[in-house]
Design a protein around this ligand. Structure first.
Ligand code: SF4
Length: 449
């Protein structure tokens, strides 16, 4: 659940300022917030699948693997740490069954994904045999020979040499390592399953195996983070020279172990650094990576070689591509309609096994909200080219969003030029707290849950 959208916004004249870290989601990953997605819209979603697609719209595929070795204390995802091999096998069968139902629909006929993302959970929790079973099954239903990017998330402690080879052999182009931190005490106190020794081992294996790209995820502001430990973590990440690094600012959503403890102790402020400190830590990391030649390409990302490292999945998502999403609790977007699958394992598997699409809620996105969604999400990249928006929506973003853009300008957050609109570094580091300025008034109190 979310407080990334403050309960009441001061209006587009004054950007909200966040100080202490209180409970709730902070990250704006979609629009409108999930609280507005409804089960009543599911039949409409199902009906649009019965007509052919516009083949100009690129297709992506997201596959959700909800298993983890252990639940991190900051985790707000639906994950399972108790499933045995038979249950995992049943889940893989259900995912393939779900995909089969989609590819039989006119909307998916003749289409192939341009980008694929295996996320979780922990996709690397699967054994090499399970990985092959899943990916062979997907390829048989939806050939992915046109895909330019296939990303697979991995938890370092699950990545043996054998497993990394299996992941590489199925065609993965980017291995995304959930490192989060290099200090073993921080990893332990935050409930992570791996330790730093496993990170170095997995990273060396991954390089040896020869993935085209390796991404490292870090989190600034985990419980008991200090200035010194963060600097050490950044230095270690810089030493590895990954192709890209994604750095999140710690948030404490309601359905996390940390929040439950806060509640039990009657605390309103989370036991993590305040937002200003977290922004400073990410800024420090960005600067250290820039010193060795990396480029900041979004509010969370630095890349070593922007000419080589692209993020097709993110770009597709941010520019209105179709995203066929399979697996429990996954979020997708097809034919201009958002949808989300059932949250829980049992209803998800049961729906699929009884021949139904396992959809829990949906939201048809009107054109003005698609404009808003894509513009806001692209602002997270720091710079938006305006011509594609004029071509697609028939209006200049500077005119359509004049009021919130003026609010950003008067707060000193905006930079722009002919044909583009961007954010200063300071604004980019707090973009999730600024984006609600663009929300329709009726969406400002909705939760991302
Ligand atoms: S590894 Fe990721 S998905 Fe799994 S429990 Fe930790 S944060 Fe959640």
């Amino acid at each position: 659940m979310n407080t990334s959208i403050p309960a009441s916004l001061p209006g587009p004249q004054s950007p909200p300022i966040q100080k202490e870290t209180t409970a709730g989601n902070y990250f704006v990953s979609n629009y409108p917030p999930f609280a507005f997605w409804k089960s009543e819209a599911v039949p409409l979603f199902e009906s649009v699948l019965e007509r052919p697609a516009d083949h100009q719209v690129p297709l992506g595929l997201y596959v959700h693997i909800p298993f983890c070795r252990k639940r991190c204390h900051f985790c707000y995802f639906r994950v399972y740490t108790d499933k045995n091999a038979d249950e995992i096998r049943n889940y893989i069968d259900a995912v393939l069954q779900e995909l089969k139902a989609y590819v039989s629909k006119p909307y998916l006929q003749g289409r192939k994904p341009k980008f694929i993302y295996f996320g979780g959970g922990t996709p690397s929790y699967l054994s090499p045999d399970q990985i092959r079973l899943l990916t062979d099954g997907i390829k048989a239903l939806l050939p992915w020979d046109d895909a330019t990017e296939i990303t697979y998330e991995g938890e370092p402690g699950t990545l043996t040499d054998l497993k990394l080879r299996a992941i590489q052999q199925v065609g993965v182009t980017r291995l995304s390592l959930g490192v989060e931190h290099f200090d073993d005490h921080i990893l332990e106190i935050n409930g992570r399953a791996h330790r730093s020794k496993e990170v170095f081992r997995a990273y060396a294996f991954a390089r040896e195996v020869g993935f085209p790209q390796v991404n490292v995820d870090l989190i600034a502001g985990m419980v008991e983070e200090t200035e010194e430990k963060w600097r050490e973590t950044v230095a270690k990440a810089v030493e590895l020279l990954p192709d890209s690094v994604t750095i999140y600012q710690m948030e404490v959503p309601y359905n996390t172990g940390i929040y439950r403890q806060m509640k039990a102790e009657g605390k309103l402020v989370a036991p993590v650094a305040d937002w200003e400190t977290k922004r400073r830590w990410v800024d420090y990391a960005f600067s250290e990576f820039e010193k060795v030649g990396y480029t900041v390409t979004s509010t969370t990302t630095v890349v070593r070689d922007p000419a080589k490292v692209r993020f097709d999945y993110r770009q597709g998502l941010f520019s209105g591509a179709d995203l066929l999403s399979v697996g429990v609790a996954s979020f997708g977007h097809l034919a201009g309609i958002h949808y989300q699958n059932h949250h829980d394992f049992a209803p998800y598997v049961e729906a699929v096994n009884s021949g139904r699409l396992p959809i829990y809620r949906a939201y048809p996105v009107p054109t003005d909200e698609r404009f808003l969604r894509e513009f806001m999400l692209q602002l997270k990249l720091g710079r938006v080219e305006t011509a594609p928006f004029v071509q697609k929506f028939g209006e200049e973003p500077s005119e359509h969003f004049a009021e919130p853009l003026e609010a950003l300008r008067s707060a000193g957050h905006l930079v722009d030029g002919p044909g583009w609109i961007g954010l200063t570094r300071a604004a980019l580091l707090q973009v999730d707290s600024l984006l609600p300025l663009f929300f329709k008034p009726e969406h400002r109190t909705g939760r991302y849950a």
